[in-house]
Design a protein around this ligand. Structure first.
Ligand SMILES: Nc1ncnc2c1ncn2[C@@H]1O[C@H](COP(=O)(O)OP(=O)(O)OP(=O)(O)O)[C@@H](O)[C@H]1O
Ligand SMILES: [Mg+2]
Length: 366
């Protein structure tokens, strides 16, 4: 195969496979190209191979097959201290016997940087995470969130070109996590650092990233910017993993260009957009977001198919209303509506009809 001559490729995984035991592949066929300065998140369920990919990129694990390149050079050929990779782990991994300033100075000493330059860089890194006053303390004298900031500062202190973060905010409470999400993305973008971030929190992935790679079963299922991932999932796994989705099983009845009619298993017909179905007769799982379901018929296209639904539960959530319906035998069908002054509050027991625009309902693999 010809070498790719893509100048935008700062990080490259080419057909990477990984097995720890020589039998099962935990990473099956990974292809990924990241331009410089990108913030990319690896998102996926536990055991899907995210940490393994990060460890291979850091050079702590070797790929069983394939190549990993940093700025065009195979990672295997770059000695560790020349890799210019900063790492942040979930458990901070600060040295407990050293002060904060000594913790930050350590990666610089390893790189043989002189004392005065070290002091200057440590100060700058501490100021960057607003921890300038804490240089003399030890890690145990800081809160969890403060330790996390120090871990971040330590990963950035030697001005790495690439930063790898493995669930760095997992131990923090919700409020602090959201604050740190914002700080990390701003720091990364302001400093022009290329970042690979690992999480299994989909909101974190959507809000922080330029692109998200959704992992399952050792493969990237979809790699796209957050809005594309949410609005145009390519398969049922991604549709159900990212955000909330209603799904109904059926069979393709008609297929014309970018519109399909699907017959649900209880016999009713609905309009959808064929995504990964290819022929009439294919089994499919159709997927529709709760905010795209319409029960005001005036807003549907003329001739649109509708489904009968029974209202099971109305939940007031402040900014939105969440209504649970029984649709085609599914008791967990959710509709979300904005709390606007003229919005209808559906009552349990009501019989209604629902529909949607064909492009909002995706016919995916069953
Ligand atoms: N050092 C190791 N030796 C053997 N098997 C390993 C090793 N590290 C990970 N594995 C296995 O490889 C698979 C992928 O693990 P990995 O840690 O990459 O998953 P992950 O996506 O990071 O999961 P999590 O979200 O739980 O952190 C798992 O089945 C795991 O048991
Ligand atoms: Mg992991």
């Amino acid at each position: 195969m010809a070498e790719s001559q893509n100048n935008d490729a700062f990080v490259e995984f080419e057909r990477v496979q990984k097995s720890y035991d020589g039998e099962t592949l935990v990473v099956k066929d990974l292809n990924l190209t990241m331009p410089k300065g990108e913030f990319l998140t690896m998102l996926g369920p536990s055991g899907s191979g995210k940490t393994t990919c990060l460890m291979m990129l850091a050079g702590f694990e070797t790929a069983t097959h394939g190549a990993i390149k940093l700025d065009g050079v195979s990672i295997n050929n770059i000695p560790p201290h020349k890799r210019g990779i900063g790492m942040v782990f979930q458990n901070y991994a600060l040295f407990p016997h050293m002060t904060i300033a000594e913790n930050l100075s350590f990666p610089l000493e390893v790189r043989k940087i002189g004392k005065s330059e070290r002091e200057e860089k440590v100060k700058r890194a501490l100021d960057m995470v607003e921890m300038g006053a804490f240089g003399g303390r030890r890690p145990a004298q800081l809160s969890g969130g403060q330790q996390q900031r120090i871990a971040l500062a330590r990963a950035l202190v030697f001005e790495p070109e690439l930063v790898l973060m493995d669930e760095p905010l997992g131990a923090l409470d919700k409020q602090l996590r959201e604050k740190m999400q914002f700080e990390i993305t701003h720091l990364a973008h302001n400093l022009g650092i290329t970042t690979v971030y690992v999480t299994h929190d989909q909101t974190e992935a959507l809000t922080m990233s330029d692109r998200v790679a959704v992992f399952d079963d050792g493969r990237i299922q979809q790699l796209d910017p957050p809005d594309t991932l949410y609005e145009e999932p390519k398969n049922s796994f991604v549709a159900q993993f990212i955000g909330e989705n209603n799904t109904l099983l059926g069979t393709v009845k008609e297929l014309k260009g970018d519109q399909a009619v699907v017959q649900l298993d209880d016999g009713e017909l609905i309009d959808c957009k064929p995504v990964n179905v290819s022929a009439v007769g294919d089994r499919t799982r159709v997927s529709i977001r709760p905010e795209r379901v319409e029960f005001n018929k005036d807003r549907l296209q003329a001739g649109a198919h509708t489904l009968k639904a029974e209202v099971l539960e109305f939940i007031y959530m402040g900014d939105i209303f969440r209504t649970r319906l029984r649709v085609a035998g599914n008791d967990e069908f959710i509709v979300k509506t904005r709390n606007a002054p003229d919005q209808v509050r559906l009552q349990p027991g009501e019989q209604i009809e629902i529909g949607w625009l064909p492009q909002d309902c995706r016919a995916l693999d069953a």
